[in-house]
Design a protein around this ligand. Sequence first.
Ligand code: ZN
Length: 190
Amino acid sequence: MTNQSILQIFKDCGAIMQGHFLLTSGRHSDTYMQCAKLFEDPKVGELLCSQLLKQIKHLNVNMVASPAMGGIIMGYEIAKQLGIKNIFCERVDNVMTLKRGFEVAKDTNILVVEDVVTTGGSIKEVITLLKNLGANVVGCCSIVDRSNGGVEFEVPYFALLSTKVESFLQQDCPMCKTGESQAYKMGSRK
Ligand code: ZN
């Protein structure tokens, strides 16, 4: 599947919108990404995960782990396609934790899954948690790499789409300069 056809799927399901947006950073952009939309239609999520898994099939994985919230649905889908178990981690008092009776046996080969990587912080916290539990983290992946290859992990990282959304200070915003539109504020940090 080409980058072009992946981008078209993102547009078709509303995960990428074109317009004039005010980001939570205060900067303006002509592109807005809402990656939760990728899994609104389970068939789209299934397709994107199967495409991503083509990059990962050489890894020997026994279990999938993801950080809440963003990675949970994707982690489930990846685990389903691999036919292996799926767990998720969540923050308690800001510390990534394994709750809900989830356990990791020593030396389990784990793939860490997240929908979007921006700074990679959540994945890094999950890797540290799992390693401290004695697991063997063999890789990590996301549908979208918003750092466009800028984030480095201590394990191999795979992404279906690498991109960097360009943004501008208001005074430098080319859309503001035309005066044809005002920046529209969207709801969520992703
Ligand atoms: Zn603007």
